[in-house]
Design a protein around this ligand. Structure first.
Ligand code: SF4
Length: 173
């Protein structure tokens, strides 16, 4: 997996102050995508053990609320496989911090038999607290929306969704 950028201080992509990782590679090609350069899976830098150690270190201050995953498309299968070791380590070291993930897929694509489901998806999803799902749709763009670009996108509370066995939206939106 490659990644485009790491933002060490991000207040736009989830609650509080967060560390954000923008991975490379996306097949959705939404019109007026905010990050078109990251469609290329080879864009940016290789994601290595050192990158994971760097991110884990940047997450350590108390004022950092958690990690946000964006793209590109974190939920492309190859990126899911690349992200799993990071989330495993994050979960082990920072169980009190949260993971937000932005995907152009919908949650149903990521569940068993979905088009973006692979052998690591279930474990990966188990580490995610908030999933902002769905492609950016220009016709449904609304700049008043918080933490999402278009009205079709959902901010899903994954813990509540797992417990209730149906999609539960985040109550603070
Ligand atoms: S899913 Fe995100 S990165 Fe991919 S094309 Fe759409 S807006 Fe761009």
């Amino acid at each position: 997996m490659n990644y485009a950028t790491i933002k060490e201080v991000d207040i736009a992509n989830g609650t509080g102050v967060r560390v954000s990782l923008f991975v490379s590679g996306c097949t959705h090609r939404c019109p007026e995508c905010f990050n078109e350069v990251a469609w290329d899976f080879h864009y940016g830098n290789e994601f290595t053990e050192d990158t994971i150690a760097y991110i884990i270190d940047k997450l350590s201050p108390n004022h950092i609320q958690g990690l946000s995953l964006l793209g590109g498309e974190p939920m492309e299968k190859s990126n899911q496989r690349g992200l799993l070791p990071l989330l495993q380590k994050f979960h082990e070291i920072y169980p009190e911090k949260s993971v937000w993930c932005y995907t152009g897929y919908v949650l149903e694509d990521l569940l068993e038999n979905g088009r973006a489901h692979c052998e690591v998806t279930d474990e990966l999803l188990s580490y995610i607290d908030i999933l902002v799902d769905g492609p950016f749709i220009l016709a449904q763009k609304d700049i008043r929306l918080k933490f999402r670009g278009s009205t079709n996108q959902r901010i899903i509370d994954m813990k509540q969704t797992r417990e209730n066995h149906h999609v539960v939206l985040w109550k603070n939106q």
